[in-house]
Design a protein around this ligand. Sequence first.
Ligand code: ATP
Length: 233
Amino acid sequence: MLEIKDLNVSYGMVNALKGIDLKVNDGEIVTIIGANGAGKSTTLMTISGILKPKKGYIKFDDVDITKKPAQNIVDMGICQVPEGRRIFANMTVMENLEMGAYLRKDKTVKNDMEKVFHLFPRLKERHKQIAGTLSGGEQQMLAIGRALMSKPKVLLLDEPSMGLAPIVVQDIFKTIKGINEDGTTILLVEQNAKMALSIADRAYVLETGNISLEGAASVLKDDERVKKSYLGG
Ligand code: ATP
């Protein structure tokens, strides 16, 4: 579904990605784990079309999207939930969700909002609340819910666990698994390797712009190098 080949991305003199290859198959949860600054967010932003690579390509369902504008990429069915959530803080929960469906031409928006409320009952209870006053976990739920309103084929999630209490993280990850079981393919970037490997089918380890390891999540979870560097020994 997504195929990345020899991707090189730089910020001026800083080479953030040094030729990575990565694949996401239809229906999978794939995770990219790695330390701060490894290039995880850069990878997602390049898939989304926000950053343009120096070299390499990205294909989505065999179509080269490397040079397409970000908006076209969303229209094709790739939607990113950015790090730090970036919801519309002054709008209500419902207005935020409506914004997620803004570019859709079909008329099933109401129905899809009900689906989001079913996934996140907490958002339903708070549908009139100003989004900026939600808790961190609720804002993360809203950011994911808003992305789902665009009916993506692939959801790109950038560190959904960031800044959240362990119990809330568990909740969010359970929901991510559920979204995948309902048919959405997921590429998940995480520093919380333990949680990410627990729900993913396959994983890539990114180290300063290179993929150092890849494989089935169940295998990498027991890999000594992964244990030592990313799972706290
Ligand atoms: P984190 O988990 O801390 O967000 P990350 O794995 O997502 O890390 P990136 O944000 O992709 O890492 O950053 C990769 C490298 O690119 C880092 O060395 C970072 O300093 C650099 N970088 C990122 N954004 C910029 C920018 N706008 N200008 C210059 N360098 C940048």
